[in-house]
Design a protein around this ligand. Structure first.
Ligand code: NAP
Ligand code: G4F
Length: 361
């Protein structure tokens, strides 16, 4: 395996390569001619499904042909693995996407969440400093709109004060601050992408968007009776992950290290997402009732398809987030309107209808 930088391309290391964003970013960087390295953490089952189309390809390919994706066993909770991998890869760019990314679950594992989301970024930055790579290696840190938390300010931008309200968001605030601190203290090109919710056909099934699109597809094809959800009033600024990873890359190509909000500028409620997803699946849905008694009804048959289950509520929830993408639009030339909310839901439902039809979900 060659770890040598190819003449034409740069070397990137993606920590969190097996996740939604890591897989789209791998596709993008390979397309741009990068040699891509990823950190693969240990799991009890295979966890490379989202990158199998690139990784398995490269395994079965004639070894004389060029390989583009190399995986390294490691974990952001383990400093020695971060040091070893960064030393051997000598990346031009590191994208730290590793995250305990499930807000609700972070209430159950707050200490582990801090290990991954707070200390993880610090271990990556420390490795760069210890290895003397400050001049060479640029770092992208996956920060989040959850940092704004329960804010009264709309829309949120790079100057909006943080008010995180979950262990996940609080740990991510440490990650944000340490990235800024290493940029200022050690002159590392380290930036925060404050990304608002972004979804796709590769989104994990326990996030609300995918839970809804998959359930809509299953219910429409008679494979599921009902969908149980939590806070239907929550509003999020939902964009398409494929568009967002492009902006991560743009941030590292910019001539100076700066933090950017990435968002569409439009928010929708969970209820609206349900209506649209079910419509895409061929079901006209209507909501009736209030609070815990609210239900989603199939207008044609009168059947109750959605119910509220208190199990999915959080000790504290962020009610509404909507971001201003103006800085990224003006400085990075990023297009926040590339994929609309309607197009995003269409892509996800279409994908899930196919998966269900083929017995894959
Ligand atoms: P995701 O699908 O949950 O992917 C997270 C990635 O991190 C996976 O590859 C996961 O590995 C890896 N990971 C988790 N713990 C790790 C550890 N201890 N060591 C090494 N790798 C670890 O999340 P995503 O949607 O792609 O998001 C990427 C990042 O952006 C996350 O940090 C997330 O918090 C942040 N973010 C996401 C959004 C969003 O709406 N998607 C918005 C703002 C910020 P496995 O595959 O083995 O689990
Ligand atoms: O899809 P969610 O679980 O995403 P959440 O909590 O906003 O976090 C995601 O986006 C963040 C960026 O803002 C990232 F930092 C984070 O890593 C992750 O990618 O929930 C969205 C909303 C919440 O208000 C939640 O209470 O949907 C509400 N919701 C209602 N019913 C539900 C459900 N969420 C989930 N997961 N499951 C439900 O049944």
């Amino acid at each position: 395996m060659s770890l040598v930088k190819t003449a034409m391309g740069k070397v990137a290391l993606i920590i969190g390569v097996t996740g939604q964003d890591g897989s789209f970013l791998s596709d993008l960087l390979i397309e741009k001619g990068y040699e891509v390295h990823g950190v693969l953490r240990r799991a009890s089952t295979f966890n490379t499904e989202r990158i199998d189309h690139i990784y398995l390809d490269s395994l079965v390919r004639d070894m004389k042909q060029e390989r583009h994706l190399f995986l390294h066993p490691g974990d952001v909770t383990d400093s020695s693995s971060m040091l070893r991998i960064i030393q051997s890869v000598q990346p031009d760019e590191i994208y730290n996407l590793a995250g305990m990314s499930n807000t609700r679950f972070s209430f159950h594992v707050p200490e582990y969440t801090a290990e991954v989301d707070a200390l993880g970024p610090m271990r990556v930055l420390e490795a760069i400093r210890i290895l003397g790579l400050q001049e060479k290696t640029k770092v992208y840190q996956a920060s989040t709109s959850e940092l704004f938390g329960d804010t009264p300010i709309f829309p949120q931008n790079e100057n909006t004060p943080f008010n995180p309200c979950s262990p996940h968001a609080i740990a991510k605030q440490f990650g944000f601050c340490i990235t800024k601190n290493y940029r200022e203290s050690y002159k590392i090109f380290a930036v925060n992408g404050i990304l608002f919710n972004h979804e796709s056909e590769r989104r994990g099934e326990n996030f609300v968007s995918r839970k809804i699109t998959l359930s809509a597809a299953r219910i429409a094809q008679g494979k599921q009776e009902k969908l149980y959800l939590g806070n239907l009033n929550a509003e999020r600024d939902w964009g398409y992950a494929k568009d967002y990873v492009e902006c991560m890359w743009r941030m590292l190509q910019h001539n100076k290290p700066e933090d950017f909000v990435i968002a569409t500028g439009v928010s929708h409620s969970v209820r609206e997402l349900c209506k649209l997803a079910f419509e895409e699946a061929g079901i006209d849905l209507e909501f009736e009732g209030d609070g815990m008694d609210e239900v989603g009804i199939d207008v044609k048959t009168g059947r109750i398809l959605i119910e509220v289950d208190p199990m999915y509520f959080r000790p504290t929830d962020v009610q509404k987030l909507v971001g201003s993408p103006m800085k990224a639009k003006n400085i990075l030339g990023w297009n926040p309107d590339k994929t609309s909310f309607q197009q995003l839901v269409h892509i996800m439902v279409k994908n899930d209808m196919e998966l269900v039809k083929n017995g894959k979900k």
